[in-house]
Design a protein around this ligand. Structure first.
Ligand SMILES: C[S@@+](CC[C@H](N)C(=O)[O-])C[C@H]1O[C@@H](n2cnc3c(N)ncnc32)[C@H](O)[C@@H]1O
Length: 313
């Protein structure tokens, strides 16, 4: 199931495919579910719809992601947010304005904003941004000039994804489904993953989608690239692998296909082809470049269906 806000590295299509292939069958029924790197929460939404009801905790260290989810799951604030969406008509300047407000952690004005205003900013910046990249995008949809190389206006303007009625419908569809399928047992937190992993019950299923190894810093305000606390940076990808070693609960993880990741999880990685990228080789008439991700889990029977997988999703 698609989230109501597009997110870099969102996994909605992969989630549908996992369900079709019965990837989670060995761990059914799901009795508790945690997604520590939630973003748009697309894997969990699909699992809830397909295999719910079960209690859920989603977590993301990014406070803006947290606030957005917390607001839409509160009926009064969800209404306020939808009213704001319905009455707002973005201008070309809004993307840059909101992007800098979100990136400027020390901007005092930001902390005087209400939760609904903050949730609105996060939603808006993702809807206007190029490739759903949110505040990490260099520009909005259609580029700065909004014109093609030949000077004609671009077919897709900066506000092409700002369709208030559709956005509100999606918010309601997603949050109503979540409430029914969790019987109201839904928690949103903004912890650091390393604090969260030490306290998980053995009956829990955990889906992990950490920041990309190679491009994480370009995609997310919080990646694993630095500690942000002035201490000597550690390799957090390595720390995550250590934290997952020998745990009693079941986990499945997706990662970008980097050699360094394969080294962290020897014998546990399977490659899955997501789609085919338009590369310069393609434009030169050669074949398309497959875009692959790694699937890693501590329940080995799952690895089989992915081997030599090349289905286009
Ligand atoms: C690959 S994205 C998740 C995308 C998500 N699966 C989806 O479908 O939209 C990784 C997320 O991890 C979050 N993150 C980064 N460092 C974190 C940390 N130390 N603890 C918890 N979350 C973190 C980022 O804010 C980002 O939202």
């Amino acid at each position: 199931m698609k989230s109501f806000f597009g997110y870099p590295g969102g996994k909605s299509r992969l989630a549908t495919r996992f369900v079709k292939q019965g990837v989670f069958n060995p761990v059914l029924p799901i009795t508790e579910y945690i997604e520590p790197f939630a973003g748009g929460f697309s894997m969990g939404l699909t699992l809830l719809k397909e295999y719910g009801p079960f209690p859920v905790r989603i977590n993301d260290i990014d406070k803006d992601v947290f606030v957005l989810w917390d607001v839409v799951l509160n009926p009064k604030e969800r209404n306020e947010l939808c009213q704001k969406v319905m009455s707002f008509k973005p201008t070309l300047r809004d993307f840059a304005k909101v992007k800098s407000r979100i990136l400027a952690d020390k901007d005092k004005c930001r902390f005087h904003r209400t939760r609904v205003e903050r949730a609105f900013d996060k939603l808006l910046v993702h809807k206007l941004s190029y490739s759903n990249m949110g505040e990490k995008a260099a520009t909005h949809v259609g580029g700065k000039s909004q014109r093609a190389d030949d000077g004609t206006p671009k077919q897709w303007g900066f506000d092409v994804r700002w369709n208030p009625a559709e956005i509100c419908k999606a918010i309601v569809r997603v949050t109503d489904m979540v409430k029914v399928q969790t019987a109201g047992n839904f928690q949103v937190t903004f912890d650091n993953v390393f604090d969260l992993l030490s306290d998980i019950s053995p009956k829990t299923l955990v889906y992990l989608d950490p920041p990309y190894y190679v491009a994480g810093d370009k995609c997310y305000k919080h990646s694993f690239a630095n500690n942000g606390d002035g201490k000597r940076p550690t390799n957090k990808h390595e720390d995550l692998a250590k934290a997952l070693k020998g745990v009693k609960w079941r986990w499945l993880m997706t990662y970008d296909n980097a050699e360094a990741v394969k080294k962290l999880y020897p014998g546990q990685c399977a490659e899955v082809t997501l789609n085919y990228q338009m590369s310069s080789a393609y434009r030169a008439g050669q074949s398309l470049k497959p875009n692959t991700e790694l699937v890693i889990s501590n329940f080995p029977p799952l690895l089989k269906p992915f081997t030599n997988e090349n289905v286009h999703v």
